[in-house]
Each structure stands twice: as structure tokens, then as C-alpha cells.
Design a protein around this ligand. Structure first.
Ligand code: GRF
Length: 220
């Protein structure tokens, strides 16, 4: 069984979707711990209520980023994970940390990367007037929000959308694609070749893009 440690900073709805998938038997993976960089991260309560081990490595207690990264890595290693999942983890991790967990560190980002790396993705998508937005699960590299893409989901940007409406539409898809990505990892189906993810048993890439119809579907 693949051992998974999840890192969070706040609400933890993606974490909750992974816990639910794991509890339902849909994931050949066990969430062995949830670790936050903030003691007040709401998701810690959700995880603890489900009987998952929790921990906090408070970034504010470290003068240097490298010290925080080392303490965080040590806290993670206690649980001997096969996979480390960033789920709304709002700290940039340094190159040493990323190297240490190379190939077993994944992130979810609320945009169709490589569009809109960084913060405020929904606001920026609205400001640019794009018609398609979405979310991406990718392997983490030292290059922020640029690692090899595992799966993406697209959503329409509708007239009348504001940041909250668009964020909610994207978040619903995040809760679909993150469990899917973890499932593929746990099944040993992901290979990275030349900076691209190859999904074994799906040579045509079937399944790696989810594009639900808008609701309500406009006349096509
Ligand atoms: C999600 O939109 C995620 O993509 C982004 O931060 C948000 C975290 O939400 N990185 P939650 O904590 O999982 O509810």
C-alpha cells in the first residue's frame, strides 16, 4: 500500500477529497499523516477527526527557508512516505527539499499550467478574458509550478463569473483529478520521460484531461 503524507496550509478540501477516496477504498494508498506549516490550518482538525496523524512545522519559527525545509523534511520522513502530496501548501520549497523527494512529490495548482503560475490564478484568468480555465496536478520540480503534468481538468469561464464562482467551479474539478493522480501514482502507472508524464496503459493519453460540460450547457 502506497504511503502518502499530505502537506497543507489551510482549509484542506483537497486533503479531504483524498481522505474520502482512501477511506472508500478507491485509492490503493494510505494517508499516513497530514502536516501543516501553520498551527491554525483548518484541515488539521478534519484530518485528526478522521484519525489521521497530524503535525505542524511552523515556518515562522525558522529564520532561514533552508532550516524550515530541513525540519519539514525530517517531520515527513518519520512517516516513511512513498508519496508527498502538496494540497494547498502555500510555501515555496527549496531545491534541496525538491531533490530529496524527487519523483514522489506532487502538487495541485488552480490553473491550466503553464498558464497562470503563482498566485491569484482565478482573478488573472478573468482579467485576461480566457474562456477556458482549470487545474493541474504535476510533479514538483525546483521550477515553481512548472513540473511535468500528470492530469488537468478544464472548466469554462462563463459570462457573469466572479473570482468566487470560478474558483468553486475549478475546485470541484480539483477534487476529481487529485485522487485520480494519486491513484495512478499508487498503481505505478506514471513514468516521467523527457519532462513529460507517460501514463502506462493509456498510450493515447486517454484520461489525462477532464473537460466537463458547462452547467448549464450553452447551445453548441
Ligand atoms: C486549491 O485551489 C489548490 O489548488 C491551491 O490552493 C487551494 C487549496 O484549497 N493550491 P484546499 O486547502 O485544498 O481547500
Amino acid at each position: 500500500m502506497t504511503r502518502v503524507v499530505i502537506l497543507i496550509s489551510g482549509r484542506g478540501s483537497n486533503m479531504a477529497s483524498l481522505l474520502a477516496a482512501s477511506d472508500s477504498g478507491a485509492l490503493p494508498a494510505k494517508i499516513v499523516a497530514v502536516i501543516a506549516n501553520r498551527p491554525d490550518a483548518q484541515g488539521l482538525l478534519t484530518a485528526a477527526a478522521r484519525g489521521v496523524a497530524t503535525g505542524v512545522v511552523d515556518h515562522r519559527l525558522f529564520a532561514e527557508r533552508e532550516q524550515f525545509d530541513s525540519a519539514l523534511a525530517a517531520a515527513i520522513e518519520v512517516f516513511a512516505p512513498d508519496l508527498v502530496v502538496l494540497a494547498g501548501f502555500m510555501r515555496i520549497l527549496g531545491a534541496d527539499f525538491v531533490r530529496r523527494f524527487d519523483g514522489r512529490l506532487i502538487n495541485i495548482h488552480p490553473s491550466l499550467l503553464p498558464a497562470f503560475p503563482g498566485l491569484h490564478t482565478h482573478r488573472r484568468a478573468l482579467a485576461e478574458g480566457v474562456r477556458i480555465h482549470g487545474c493541474t496536478v504535476h510533479f514538483v520540480t525546483a521550477d515553481l509550478d512548472h513540473g511535468p503534468v500528470i492530469i488537468q481538468a478544464a472548466v469554462p469561464v462563463l459570462d457573469g463569473d466572479d473570482e468566487d464562482l470560478l474558483a468553486a467551479r475549478v475546485l470541484a474539478q480539483e477534487h476529481v483529478i487529485y485522487p485520480q493522480a494519486v491513484r495512478w501514482f499508487a498503481e505505478g502507472r506514471l513514468r516521467v520521460h523527457a519532462g513529460r508524464v507517460l501514463l502506462e496503459s493509456a498510450p493515447d493519453g486517454a484520461g489525462v484531461l477532464i473537460a466537463p460540460l458547462p452547467d448549464p450547457c450553452p447551445p453548441c
